[in-house]
Design a protein around this ligand. Structure first.
Ligand SMILES: Cc1cc2nc3c(=O)[nH]c(=O)nc-3n(C[C@H](O)[C@H](O)[C@H](O)COP(=O)(O)O)c2cc1C
Length: 333
């Protein structure tokens, strides 16, 4: 039977689990999501958008959930602690083209938790359930939720939260294998993710510390998760999706990108950032991506220093050109 349902399509049986770009505030804007999609991400998720800001009509909030172009499905993540506001925010995003609404119940930062949103909802299962039910009922598209394992080691309620989600009609749940108290320290606990996976029937997406194709395969096999979400490892390396997909499908490592291909991606993304955000803002926001893209290269630090000190985008392009020409010469020598 043909379906347009994005969750059914995402988890349709195939040789490997879908690979998903994690929502990352300040990172997964439309240009970066487009890049990840181009390199094989099966789904990408917008940055977290505060429901209240969206309702107040703060312009920047709309920008965060803009479509990335070639992406087939726009998944928009919303955050908040008031069911009515979350419903309103979800409906606004659906009207603007969202095909999936993701609810943030994992953000650990004080500014968010202090308002009762993000990971704070792990401490209020009743309210979390009401938010999920309300958004599911109101949104005309599938609703997913992203959680952590619990607030802290004494309060690991990931299984309870997943069951609440399932009962509320949530279509898939992402589990970042850390507690809120851990923030980003230690390693993600994939055994705990596996345990949650085994207790619900809706798809579970595992998340946390996946950085290599081999690790993706090992944790996927061990945990049985239905999907894998990748965040930090995609910074400066959006082709990781293609690398992992290739490895899971063939058992072989994909050919690495050539220097020329990497240069082309970096330059193209720089232009895309300026087109999307406007020249000035795009240039400034692109600096951190340029930093990630040039990590690990000899003389990368000097290049980053120069890039961060020029106010002229044309000069950035010249610096990149010179940098890559130098690398080619060095490799040939
Ligand atoms: C810079 C940054 C911003 C993030 N912003 C969000 C966000 O807006 N919403 C969210 O659910 N998680 C957010 N996260 C968490 C990631 O989605 C992900 O759960 C976490 O980084 C663990 O996955 P990883 O080890 O693959 O990076 C953010 C993480 C980083 C590093």
């Amino acid at each position: 039977m043909q379906t347009n349902d994005p969750i059914t399509l995402l988890f349709a049986p195939r040789a490997r689990p879908p690979l998903i770009l994690a929502p990352m505030a300040g990172v997964t804007d439309a240009p970066f999501r487009a890049l990840a999609s181009r390199f094989g991400a099966d789904l990408t998720v917008s940055e977290m958008i505060a429901s209240q800001a969206l309702i107040r009509g703060v312009g920047k909030s709309f920008k965060l959930g803009e479509r990335a172009g070639p992406e087939s499905v726009l998944a928009v993540q919303i955050a908040g602690a008031d069911p009515a506001a979350m419903v309103q925010a979800a409906c606004m995003q659906v009207e603007r083209g969202a095909g999936i609404i993701d609810i943030n119940m994992g953000c650990p930062v004080k500014k968010i938790v202090g308002t009762g949103a993000g990971a704070a909802l792990l401490r209020d299962e009743v309210l979390a359930g009401r938010i999920m039910e309300s958004v599911v009922r109101a949104a005309a598209v599938p609703v997913t939720v992203k959680i952590r394992l619990g607030w802290d080691d004494q309060h690991r309620n990931g299984i309870a939260m997943a069951r609440i989600a399932e009962a509320a009609g949530i279509r898939a749940i992402t589990v970042h294998g850390r507690t809120r108290a851990q923030m980003y320290s230690g390693m993600a606990d994939w055994e705990a993710i596996a345990e949650i996976k085994s207790r619900v029937t809706i798809p579970v997406i595992g998340n946390g510390d996946v950085t290599t194709p081999e690790q993706a395969r090992e944790w996927w096999k061990k945990s049985g998760v239905d999907g894998i979400m990748i965040g930090r490892a995609a910074l400066g390396r959006p082709w990781i999706f293609r690398e992992i997909a290739h490895f899971l499908e063939t058992g072989q490592r994909a050919e690495p990108l050539t220097l020329a291909q990497r240069q082309a991606v970096i330059v193209e993304h720089f232009h895309a950032m300026m087109r999307h955000h406007g020249q000035r803002t795009g240039h400034l926001l692109a600096r951190k991506h340029l930093g990630w893209f040039t990590r690990g290269f000899p003389n990368g630090a000097a290049l980053r220093d120069q890039i961060n000190h020029t106010p002229h985008p044309e000069e950035v392009l010249v610096l990149l050109e010179r940098f890559f020409a130098g690398l080619v010469t060095e490799r040939a020598a």
